[in-house]
Design a binder for this molecule. Sequence first.
Ligand code: IMP
Length: 177
Amino acid sequence: MEIADGIEEILLDAQQIAHRVAALGTQISADYQGLPLLIVVVLKGAMVFAADLMRQISVPLQVDFVEASSYGEETETSGMVRVGRDVETDVSQFHVLLVEDIVDTGLTIRTIAEHLRARGALSVRICSLLDKPSRRRVEVSLDYLGFEIPDRFVVGYGLDYAQRFRQLPYVGIVRLE
Ligand code: IMP
């Protein structure tokens, strides 16, 4: 795989990701057997991961989306999380599985999980492709995790830097100018 301009190093290649996503799908399928499952994709970053993950889940499911962002385009989260687009589904009828690209400080996913619990979801669990535990500021329990990664800014497979690089089929470390 040719490395894209602006990428310093490939951290996780497409094959490693696919392998792990398949294992997560198997685990989730077993855990949600017989339960009404709603996958809530955290836009925009988790869309690629979620699209692959849901095709590895064998139990019936529905899909909805939320968008939440910390302010600004910096690589550091500002601590202010805004929930933009909300789910349209009546979450009180579902066990919600939140699908996120990366958990860094934890502020984003905690805000969304609390929001869906407040709306009456039967349960809320979190599935994140990546985890940067060294930067955690609030406690979150990651029920399903793809990979733990070091404290580097990564892009690709849905993740961006100033809206770029989402289409890369791998997760790479971005060269920050
Ligand atoms: P948190 O609220 O600090 O946990 O940040 C989570 C959000 O920050 C993610 O959903 C991403 O949008 C963004 N983010 C954190 N680290 C990275 C990274 O290394 N690359 C791309 N986006 C990141």
